[in-house]
Design a binder for this molecule. Structure first.
Ligand code: SF4
Length: 344
């Protein structure tokens, strides 16, 4: 692997020449069933708070990503490509070979204490899921949240992981000192689809409960309804069911995002589609034949449908968190939308 001399931005977001690894990686495997077939590469990162390149169309400027690769294994995940920078493949390796920045909490404390740090909001879960399975063993997020709480630094978290509830105490304490917002990624609620498309994630119903618990504790929690899969999860009935359940969970807001297929994710997703829904392949090639995004008219139609459904079901109206905190700014959907978000 190219790790000894690796020089790239965290998550491959485009900042050139940032040394990522200061020392060699320690390779580890665990015998327990949940980690079977997985390999962890423990490394010491040189920096942990990363600046997003100015050209990125994302609603945040600073990020923390304690892991690379993601055992949630969503077939559409477009962080997949970033694994190629490690000489690992963007398919099965991305799901099962996870880089762990074991010094993330200590490093963060140092960086937050630096006179050069400006106390900017920090986004987490923007590249891979910080509450993926590895977090259950490494517990990096507890140290990270404690450091952010102690510094009174604002932050946001986007996740599919129910493990976030383990850290409810720290989230509530941090929210007393600075703005804290959370988002769950729930693109659809069909269980059969979930098993096939997002095999390593908690089921959608569990994620809805997480949303309800967070808002019940006064923490603002929105839902990134992403990705919406053309011809698979975009029927009026499917959209209606998902939005209704999100509303019942007390989400403060919904942001719908239609699937996009960039290199890395594209090959892996189309491979899956060919196996599971071969008759849809020509229709997808028509939709995504000219690039990574579905046509604007299609995206606009879905956005309109979700907006109407959200109004009808009263998304945000029953949220205790929404009443207590202002709504956080949400990423804009669409072709110039959250290019660096991985649709967690
Ligand atoms: S989309 Fe998010 S949760 Fe799914 S594999 Fe990618 S990073 Fe993990």
């Amino acid at each position: 692997m190219r790790w000894d001399n690796l020089r790239l931005t965290d998550a491959g977001q485009g900042t050139p020449d940032v040394p990522l690894f200061a020392r060699g990686a320690v390779t580890r495997t665990f015998d327990t069933p949940e980690f079977r077939g997985m390999t962890f590469y423990e490394i010491h990162a040189r920096s942990i708070v990363n600046r997003v390149p100015g050209a990125s169309h994302v609603p945040f400027e600073w990020t923390i990503n304690p892991y690379r690769g993601c055992s949630h294994a969503c077939v559409y995940c477009f962080a997949r490509k970033t694994h190629n920078y490690l000489d690992l493949d963007s398919g099965r390796d991305f799901d099962s070979k996870i880089v762990v920045k074991v010094n993330a909490p200590e490093l963060l404390r140092k960086e937050l204490a630096s006179p050069r740090w400006g106390g900017h909001p920090i986004a987490m879960g923007t590249n891979v899921d910080c509450y993926q399975r590895a977090e259950g063993r490494y517990g990096l997020m507890r140290g990270i949240l404690a450091a952010l709480r102690d510094a009174g630094n604002p932050f946001s978290i986007l996740t599919k992981g129910s493990l976030i509830l383990r850290d409810l105490d720290l989230l509530c304490e941090a929210a007393e000192r600075a703005e804290v917002s959370t988002s769950l990624s729930i693109g659809f609620t069909d269980e059969q689809m979930w098993r096939s498309v997002e095999p390593g994630t908690p089921r959608p119903g569990v994620r809805l409960e997480v949303c309800a618990t967070l808002t019940g504790h006064g923490l603002p929690c929105g839902v990134l309804m992403a990705p919406i899969l053309p011809y698979l999860t975009d029927s009026p009935r499917a959209l209606e069911q998902t939005v209704r359940l999100i509303a019942e969970a007390g989400a403060t807001h919904i942001v719908p995002i239609v699937l996009h297929l960039r290199p890395g994710a594209r090959e892996w997703f189309l491979d899956w589609l060919g196996r599971e829904h071969p008759r849809l392949v020509p229709r997808y090639l028509e939709l995504y034949g000219r690039g990574a995004y579905a046509p604007k008219a299609y995206q606009a139609r879905v956005a309109r449908q979700v907006k109407e459904l959200a109004e009808r079901h009263g998304v945000g109206r029953s949220s205790r968190a929404g009443a207590r905190h202002p709504r956080p700014s949400a990423p804009a959907p669409g072709p110039s939308g959250p290019e660096q978000l991985t649709l967690l």
